[in-house]
Structure formats: C-alpha cells, structure tokens
Design a protein around this ligand. Structure first.
Ligand SMILES: [Zn+2]
Length: 302
C-alpha cells in the first residue's frame, strides 16, 4: 500500500558475486545455469507491471539440484549475499520504517514477491525482494500473486498519491466507537487499481488489525484531550485537536491507518457528544468554615 523505489542493484553482477562465494558442485551448477538465469531476469523485467504473467518453470522433473543450488544462494548466506541484502534493506528503508503491505508493523523479513519455491532463480533478485513484516510475509505465502493478483507490488504498481484507505467512525447505540476501514472507490482511479487494493486489503486481513490499532489510538487520543478538563469541548476545539494530531502524521504515506482513523474521527457525527460525556464537570468545593463556625458546630450553645 505504499510506493517504494525499486532497488537499483546490478542484478547480473550480484548473481555472479553470490555464485563466486559458493563451493564445488553448486558453483558449477550456477555457472551452467547463468545464461538461463539472466534470460529469466529479462523476463521478470518485461513483466514488471504484471508479475503474475511470468511463467513458472516446472521444477519437478530431474531439476532438483538446480533448484537447490539457486535457492541456496538465498538460504545459505555468504558474506557477499548478506552484504547485498543489507545494502538493499538500507535503500528500501523509507521513514517511518514500516512494512509496505500493511503499513502497520516493522518489516523484519524478506518477502519474495514471486515465491522462491516456485521461482528460485529470483531468490536473490533485488526487485523481487520486499522488506515485509513477518505477519504479512506469512499471510502471503505462495499463491497470492496468482491471477487475479491479490498483493500490491510496492515497487512496480502505480499507487495513487491520494488516500484510498478510509475509515468510517460511528458511535454505536451502546455508546462505543465503531471503526470500519475500507477502500474508497475514487472515480479518478482506474477500477483495476481499486480492485487490486480491495483484494490486497482482504488478503492481508487488514480490517481486523486496523480496527484493533485504530480503537486503541482513538481511545488514548480521547483520554489525552479530556485529561485535566472540567468543561465540555466546543466543536472547533475538538476539530483543532484532531487536525493537530493529523499534522503529526504528515510524513506518513497516504494510506496509513493513522491518517484514515483520524480523518474518520474528524468526520464522525456523534464524536463531540461522545467525548464530552466523558468530561467530568467542575464542582465547586464546599466552602471553608471560619474558626468561629467550627467552634460553634463543636460546642453548640446550650
Ligand atoms: Zn505487514
């Protein structure tokens, strides 16, 4: 859900460097596979906007050793491959540093956009590697890129700069805030993009995760604005506080859940009453008695 710059690695020399770090039989296999691997890299490039169209090779027939050698380039890190991945992690590190699929959690794993089990030749191909959180990586597994594709490619899909993730906030009859996240069908955005966004949103089950995070953020925000308050807020005051909060998210990508949540709060009709019902009205303390009055209370005249 966020546009990232595609890595600018020289993937051909990367492959050769990684190959050079391998021993004996694997190195020989990789050398022999090299022309084919480079051809596959070109096929990857030709299908950047529709990676689901890159044909899979059938690895089942006597190709076990080739499959293993290609996968080994990724699974068994050499100093060179570790350095390449480390460099890649640095250049794909946008602030705030979050997983591009969910924009919620810290990305600590490498997701192979085209799964390494099916496409071992792309196991170390920089533009096929997406720094993602482990939850998204696990949810994505192997088949999310099958047509119709269900995962947005952060490097190659055109992601509109306007927010498509929206949140409706309502106050329920039980007087609770209800948050519903969805993809806004912006008429200026092509249907195919909106459909992909919707499939992505469902595939990663973002609704439930965002509801949980959003509810926590909304309630701590409300606690914060009513703390030490003893008079109700005006509509303008409440709006100013939400806008101030939104200003703090300026560097966040347009589709982050924080922005959607606080825009939703801003448009929520019953929010002012909901917040003000939580404000404890100021009460006059009982007047202090004068000494003579205390005395009179303790020693009533007989
Ligand atoms: Zn994620």
């Amino acid at each position: 859900m966020r546009q990232d710059a595609s890595p600018k690695n020289n993937v051909f020399s990367d492959f050769r460097k990684i190959r050079a770090g391998k021993n004996g039989r694997r190195r020989r296999i990789l050398r022999q596979l090299e022309p084919w691997v480079f051809e596959r890299f070109m096929a990857f490039w030709r299908n950047l906007s529709s990676p689901e169209n890159v044909a899979k090779r059938d690895w089942s027939k006597r190709a076990g050793a080739s499959h293993e050698a290609l996968l080994h380039c990724y699974t068994s890190r050499t100093d060179t491959s570790a350095a390449i991945l480390g460099g890649l992690a640095d250049v794909t590190r946008p602030e705030p540093f979050r997983c591009p699929y969910c924009l919620m959690r810290q990305p600590k794993t490498w997701d192979h956009f085209l799964a390494k089990e099916d496409f071992p030749e792309f196991a170390t191909l920089a533009p096929n590697l997406v720094r993602a959180c482990s939850t998204c990586n696990h949810k994505k597994l192997r088949h999310w890129t099958d047509a119709p594709r269900r995962v947005i490619n952060p490097y190659h899909d055109p992601i509109p700069t306007d927010a498509l993730l929206w949140c409706d906030v309502t106050v329920s009859q039980q007087n609770r805030l209800k948050l519903t996240y969805y993809i806004f069908r912006d008429p200026q955005v092509p249907d195919a993009t909106l459909d992909l966004f919707e499939r992505h949103f469902e595939a990663f089950e973002l609704q439930s995760d965002m509801k949980a995070e959003g509810a926590t953020a909304a309630s701590s925000f409300i606690k914060e604005i009513i703390a030490l308050r003893n008079a109700p807020l005006s509509a303008e005051e409440l709006d100013e506080k939400i806008v101030a909060k939104l200003t703090g998210f300026e560097e966040f990508p347009a589709n982050s859940w924080e922005i959607a949540t606080f825009e939703g709060l801003r448009d929520c009709n019953g929010l002012l009453d909901f917040v003000n019902a939580l404000v404890t009205p100021y009460q006059e303390p009982p007047p202090r008695l004068k000494r003579s009055e205390i005395k009179a209370k303790l020693m009533p005249k007989s």
